[in-house]
Design a protein around this ligand. Structure first.
Ligand code: ADP
Length: 519
């Protein structure tokens, strides 16, 4: 950076050389005055030494300083007398001396004034140079700041573009948009060339069904001097609909008046769609799970009913026949015995049918694969989540880490967990104040793993707790009474156990164990 001085190399005399030069100037200038005056005389021109001498004295004072100037005055008065009028009397010499002395004094004064002036000019120049330097620094700093600001604005615009986030500032008194970012133009499909649109035009883009709600939230927020958050839809001129999430923060004046809202608008269309899709899928999954459970149960019940009805009907007929033979005036015991043994045959057949159903879940029929039990539990929790939410029931999982993989039939285990969880939810549905379903997995003895499904519901049916695993036992209006029976068959076919217990102070727990290396 420059210093403000001209960048010239010049010879600056040292102190001794300077003195020699300055006193030399006294001698030289007086000698020059003498030379010129004598030349004039030689050509018979008027006597001019005084004028030349005064000039020499002035030049010496000006360029050589005070002392060389005084020397020049003394030399000039001596030269005047001895070279031009040596015969002058003392009085006249005195006049000459006086003239040169007065001139010297005047020159001293003039030189001093000039020196002061020079010093002031030098000081002023230095001040100006400093101010100039400061100004240059400030300009450079400002340029840097401007460049940084431009960069950060560019980054911000890019970030807004990537995240579909626009920013705005709205003056409340004038209802005028005072800041409107580039992304805002894109989001609302306005042409940036047209400048920031008026608020009323922007509001027209809000979906007619949402407009009143948004305006109401805005009015309440301004009245209460609060920030606000609102989600609404906008309709673009080409008919596209977008979901917007808006966040507005209040800005106050020193006197606590609400002046502006500063905020962001985020295009949440994609997120909204994904949420809706996820919710729809979850609903479909839950419905499917329920439908499959119901239809499986329904079909099973129908076919069982059909198959069992026949032997039971036969048994009833036999029982009536048996009674008839026995209640005769002369009971025919032989006939009654035959009818009774047919009854035994029929009921044994009914029993066989039920055993066959159990066999449906035997080892051969199932497809075993290496499974992570915690993953199966999590899948099922995901499926019943909505069902639980609807009844304000929370689901908690306490799954032990490092659970060993097991060889099991995934679909059958899913069916067991689904049954146990839905039973738990159903047991808590009619209780006030929600409830909690806890699913726990842990290591058990002998290399087994244990899963417990506990609820805070009604608890097991009193006096009938030992019957709940029986086929067709149900205390529910539309129950099938098959869930627990099938679940137990599945677990037992995997070499494990399933049992139930009441919880203290309320609710029931279902525990199952599964061997980790059953075969
Ligand atoms: P369903 O659910 O169709 O009745 P289940 O075999 O699954 O058939 O259950 C049989 C019975 O066991 C239920 O009707 C209910 O009385 C009882 N039960 C099952 N789970 C629970 C539970 N978590 N809390 C209290 N009782 C239960």
């Amino acid at each position: 950076m420059g210093t403000g001085y001209p960048n010239k190399t010049r010879w600056i005399p040292g102190p001794v050389a300077s003195r020699v030069l300055r006193y030399g100037l006294a001698l030289a200038s007086v000698a020059a005055a003498l030379g010129l005056a004598r030349t004039f005389l030689h050509f018979h021109l008027p006597q001019t030494f005084i004028a030349f001498a005064l000039s020499a004295i002035a030049i010496t004072f000006w360029y050589g300083g005070t002392k060389p100037g005084i020397l020049a005055a003394m030399l000039a008065s001596v030269v005047r007398i001895y070279f031009f009028e040596p015969e002058l009397n003392a009085m006249s010499r005195g006049v000459y001396y006086l003239v040169f002395l007065i001139f010297a004094l005047l020159m001293i004064r003039a030189t001093r004034a000039r020196n002061e002036l020079e010093q002031r000019v030098a000081e002023r120049t230095a001040e100006l140079t400093r101010a100039n330097e400061d100004l240059k620094l400030e300009i450079a700093q400002r340029k840097r700041t401007e460049a940084e600001l431009r960069d950060s604005e560019a980054y911000l615009a890019e970030a807004q573009r990537l995240t579909h986030t626009a920013s705005f500032a709205l003056n409340i008194a004038s209802r005028k948009i005072v800041h409107w970012s580039q992304e805002h133009f894109r989001l609302f499909d306005f042409d940036p060339e047209g400048g920031v649109p008026p608020l009323e035009v922007v509001l027209q883009r809000i979906h007619p069904d949402d407009r009143k709600r948004v305006e109401k939230i805005y009015e309440t927020a301004t009245r209460e001097k609060m920030g606000y958050e609102v989600e609404y839809r906008i309709i673009l001129p080409n008919g596209t609909m977008k979901h917007i999430h808006m966040l507005a923060h209040p800005v106050f004046s020193a006197s606590r008046d609400l002046v502006e809202y500063v905020g962001t608008l985020v295009d949440v269309t994609e997120r909204k769609r994904a949420d809706e899709e996820r919710e729809r899928l979850r609903q479909v999954q839950a419905d499917l799970a329920r439908i499959s459970r119901v239809t499986t149960m329904g079909e099973l019940t129908a076919s069982l009913a059909h198959e069992i009805k026949q032997p039971i009907a036969a048994a009833v007929t036999d029982a009536n026949t048996c009674l008839r033979w026995l209640t005769r005036d002369h009971p025919d015991v032989e006939e009654a015995r035959e009818a009774a043994s047919r009854m035994v045959k029929d009921t044994t057949r009914a029993n066989d049918i039920i055993s066959r159903i159990r066999l449906m879940f035997n080892k051969e029929a199932s497809q075993r694969e290496l499974l992570d039990i915690n993953a199966v539990i999590q899948e099922m929790v995901g499926l019943v989540h909505n069902e639980a939410n609807r009844s304000s029931i929370s689901i908690r999982t306490q799954l032990a880490a490092d659970m060993p993989s097991i060889m099991a039939d995934r679909v059958q285990l899913q069916q067991v967990f689904m049954n146990l969880m839905l039973n738990g939810i159903e047991a808590m549905k009619d209780m006030n104040g929600g409830g909690e379903l806890t699913i726990q997995s842990r290591h058990a003895e002998d290399g087994q793993l244990m899963v417990s499904v506990s609820d805070t519901g009604l608890g097991l049916p009193p006096q009938q707790a030992d019957q709940i695993f029986n086929a067709f036992f149900t205390t529910k209006l539309h129950g099938t009474g098959m869930g627990l029976s099938i679940s137990r068959s599945i677990i037992e076919s995997h070499g494990g156990r399933l049992w139930a217990a009441d919880n203290s102070p309320r609710g029931a727990s279902f525990h199952l164990t599964l061997p980790t290396n059953p075969f």
